[in-house]
Design a protein around this ligand. Structure first.
Ligand SMILES: [Ca+2]
Length: 81
């Protein structure tokens, strides 16, 4: 399997683990995901990230919106090295 395809499947699997049946993250689910993947995250930071991700202001973060966060994080960590 191509590396990119594998990466996307991993991302989707992490997203799916937290998003539940509706495949959308609410604020609590996003906090769980951030805590699991990045360590303890406060409510203020969660709200900040959530509001930044919820492009269409639907009150939830879908996979497409979630991908933007991953891309931004990848870019940020790329700059550090
Ligand atoms: Ca949304």
């Amino acid at each position: 399997m191509a590396a990119l395809q594998q990466g996307i499947l991993l991302l989707f699997s992490a997203f799916q683990d937290h998003a539940g049946k509706d495949l959308k993250l609410n604020k609590r689910e996003l906090k769980n995901l951030l805590t699991k993947e990045f360590g303890r995250v406060g409510d203020d930071k969660t709200a900040e990230v959530f509001n930044g991700l919820d492009e269409d202001e639907s009150g939830s973060v879908d996979f497409e919106e979630f991908i933007y966060m991953v891309a931004a994080l990848a870019e940020a960590s790329d700059r550090k090295t």
